[in-house]
Ligand binder design. Structure first.
Ligand SMILES: Cc1cn([C@H]2C[C@H](O)[C@@H](COP(=O)(O)OP(=O)(O)O[C@H]3O[C@@H](C)C(=O)[C@@H](O)[C@H]3O)O2)c(=O)[nH]c1=O
Length: 180
């Protein structure tokens, strides 16, 4: 694997080393030791999640508050998504900035999002299966979020907004400014 730095400290694009042969392929989708060596993060994942969505479905921007915060390692198992991580670490020089990465089954890229970030994605293909590891358990009481079209964050979701489909909960999320 190779960890590629992003402009946001601690947030990495992960490229797996894939072994192809006549049978197909093999790769390590996560190796704690190699991950720690490359990123400096010794992450102990405790929960895996999978979701399936159609084109235009936008899930986010989500985080869990306080001690319930989650680091995530995310990938698309099928289809294509635009994945977005927003730095909401108050003491960070890149507070309020985001990275957006296309994750597809073909490019195999994963995005590592440390605690202290809001996360979301939109599906750009007809359907997509999204898979991610979390280093802290789901805690409904600690759920937090930001509205996907926050003008200050200014995310280009690469899709016409009339195609977006969001949960009722996500349509009611606040702006980053209103949380300050
Ligand atoms: C996230 C989550 C949801 N659920 C339940 C609650 C609810 O009934 C149903 C759907 O939940 P949601 O609408 O919150 O699912 P979703 O909008 O897909 O939420 C996810 O979005 C992406 C962007 C993330 O980063 C994740 O951390 C998570 O917040 O699944 C769990 O049981 N465990 C979990 O870990």
């Amino acid at each position: 694997m190779k960890a590629e730095k992003t402009k946001l400290d601690g947030c990495f694009i992960i490229h797996d080393t894939v072994f192809h042969d006549s049978r197909g392929y093999f790769f390590e989708s996560f190796n704690r030791q190699k991950f720690a060596d490359q990123t400096g993060w010794d992450v102990s994942f405790v929960q895996d999640n999978q979701s399936f969505s159609s084109k235009g479905v936008l899930r986010g921007l989500h985080f869990q508050k306080g001690d319930a915060a989650q680091a995530k390692l995310v990938r698309a198992l099928t289809g294509k998504v635009l994945d977005v991580a927003v730095d909401i670490r108050k003491d960070s020089p890149t507070y309020g900035e985001h990275v957006a990465v296309e994750l597809t089954a073909e490019n195999g890229k994963q995005l590592f999002i440390p605690r202290g970030f809001a996360h979301g994605f939109v599906v750009l293909s007809e359907t997509a299966t999204f898979f991610y590891k979390c280093d802290n358990y789901y805690n409904k009481a600690a759920e937090g979020g930001l509205i996907y079209n926050d003008a200050d964050i200014n995310i280009d979701w690469q899709l016409s907004s009339d195609l977006f489909e969001l949960s009722e909960k996500d349509l009611l999320l606040p702006t980053l400014k209103s949380l300050e």
